[in-house]
Design a protein around this ligand. Sequence first.
Ligand code: GAL
Length: 667
Amino acid sequence: MRDRGIRYGGDYNPEQWPEEVWSEDVTLMVEAGVNLVTVGVFAWGELQGGPRQELQSGWMDRVLSLLHSAGVGVDLATATASPPPWLSAVHPEILPVSATGVRLSPGGRQHYCPSSPAYRDAAIDLVRRMARRYGDHAALELWHIGNEYGCHVPACYCDVSASAFRRWLRERYADIDELNRAWGTTFWSQRYRSFDEILPPRAAPTFPNPTQRLDFARFSNDELLACYHAEKSVLRELTPDVPVTTNLMGLFRPVDGWAWGRQMDLVSVDRYPDPADPDAHVGAALVADLTRSLGKGRPWYLTEQAPGAVNWRRVNAAKSRGQFRSWSLQAVARGADAVLQFQWRASAAGAEKFHSAMVPHAGTDTHLWREVVTLGADLRRLAPVAGQPVPAEVAIALDWESWWALELESHPSAEVRQVDLLMEMYRPIYEAGIVADLTHPGADLSRYRLVVLPALYSVSDEIAANVDAYVRDGGVAVVTYFSGIVDTDDRIRLGGYPAPWQEMLGLSVEEFAPLPSGTSDPLTGPLASRTSHALRWEERVRLHGAEALLTIGGGPLEGGAAVTVHDYSRGTAYYLATSPDPVTTARVVAHAISRAQVASAASVPAGVEAVRRGEHLFLINHADGERRVDIGESARADLLTGSMHSGAVTLGQGDAVVLGPPQAPVR
Ligand code: GAL
C-alpha cells in the first residue's frame, strides 16, 4: 500500500448522484484532505443487471479514474452486502428466515441467508468480475469484503440453514451419542436418534436446549465467516497483492472477532458512540483497543463513524463542538491509521437521508464542513504517528464463545451481561491513563503484567490452565464472579465454583445470590469508603487462603467476602464476588494496578484521556470544560500545532495535543 500517513475519507456512493456532482465531489475531497474512499458498498444493483451478467462498469470506471486523478485512493467494496431484487426474484430461497419462522423480504438490505448456495454463487460471480475488472486499477488500495457481516441477519433459521447446521454438527460430533452427551439431552426427554432429527433452535414453548443454542451461535458465526472467506479466496487468487478487510462492529456478539481478525490483512471497525451519552468516549476507547488487539497490535482502520448525528437511534443527537475531532483523534491515539466516515455526501433519498455526512445537505458553508476540513488538516500533521504501535501492559480477556454461553437464558441473573462487566472493569483502567489490550484468554498472557477476566463464564481445560499458569509464573489476575463456571459444552464444572480456579483464588463459592436491580448492600473492609456498596450480584464465598479486601456489610450474606486477594505461587489473584459501585471498583483495580506495577501514560484529571502511541503522548479533553494536565518540566512539541509545551498544558473542551518526546528542560 502507498504510504500516505493517516487515511481520511469515507463511504463514497456516487451512484446516488448525477455525474455532474462527481467532479465537485473530488474537488471538495482535495480541499478536505481526503485520501481514501470506500466505493461500491451497496452498488450491486447498479453494477449487474441480472444473474451472471457482465458488469455495467462504465460509471465505476469513470468514478475510479476521477478519484485517481485527484490522488484519492480507493477501498473497493465487493458490493455483495445487499442483493438486488432480481436475485431474490430468481432465487426466493436466499431470503433469510427468523427464529419465529418469518421469511424476511427484500426492500431493506442484507436480506440473504448466509448458508444459501444461490447467494454465495451470485456473490462469488460478482466478486470475480470486480476483481478481474479492477484488480490492477491504480486507485485500488484495499478490498472491502461485504459489509458489517451479521448486522441485520446474524443467523438464519430456514430449511437450507437447518441442513447446513446438521452437516456442521456431524463434523463437530461425528457420532450422535457424542452430541447427546454434550447437549445433555437426557434432560427434558431431548435425546436424538440421528442428526436428521435436529433443527435450528427455532422458537420453542420454553428455553431451547442451551448447548443447541450455543452450537447454533458457533455455526452461524462460521457460516458468515465462510461467506467472507469465499469472497476472500477469489480476491487472493486474482489480486494476491491487494490487502483485504471487512468492517467489523466492535463489541458485536454474533461475530467472533478473534476468528475474523485472523482472516483479515487489516482489521477495521465501524464505531458509532452516542453523542447523547456523556461517557460515550470510554466505550469508544474500548472498541478501539479491541480492534487493535484483533489485529495483534497492528494499525487498524476506523472504516465508519458519523461526522454528526446518525439516523437510526430513537433520538439522534448531534455531535457537540469538537466531538467529531476528539473522537477521531482518540482512534488515532489508540492505533488507527485511517479515519473514515459514513458517508461522504449526505443522501437525498432512501432510509439514511437524515444520517450526517462529510458534505451535509446544506453544503460547504456550514459548521460541519469546516470541522471536516479542520480534521483533514490535523490528520495530515499526524503522519509521523502512522504505523506506530500502542504498547499495553494490561489485558482484558474476552472470548466470544464464552459470551454466547454467558447470555443464554435461564441463568441466575439476566443482568450479567458481557459488555457491562467488561466496561465496569475497563473504565477504571482507562481513567488511570493506562492502555489495555483485549486478549483471548487462551492466548499467551505472559507479556502482560495484569490480566482482567470479566465474567469469563465458560472455559476449556486449556484456558483454565493457561490462566492458572499465568498467575503461578508471576502474573496478576483479576477474576470476576460468574467466571470458570462451565466447560465449552456449557456443562457445569462440578465441585463448587469456579472449579478450575479455586486453588489460584484461594476460595470457593457455594451459592449465587444475585441482587434484584435497584437494590444493594453496603461493603466494608480495608478498601471500602463510607458509601461503598455491592450491586447486581453476591455469592456465598468460602475462603481458604484468600484475604478479604471488601466484605458484605448487610443483608443475608453479611460478613461474607465480596472482594479478595490471594498470593498464589509467584503471582496474585484477585476475585470480585460482586460488582462494587464504580468508585469502589476503581479502588480495587488501583490496588491490582499497583500490585502489578503498571505505569500510566500521564496523570490526568477526570475527563482527560492520555494515551501513548509510539513516542507521542495524546492528551484529549472529553470533559465539558477546560482541564489542565501536568506534563513535567521538559519541553515537548505538539504535533498538531507545532507549539512547545512544558509544565502544564491547558486543554479547552474537546481539545487535544499530541506531544512529541521530551526535549531538554526549559531553564
Ligand atoms: C453502518 C453501515 C453503513 C450505514 C451506517 C449508518 O451500519 O455499514 O452502511 O448504514 O451504519 O450509521
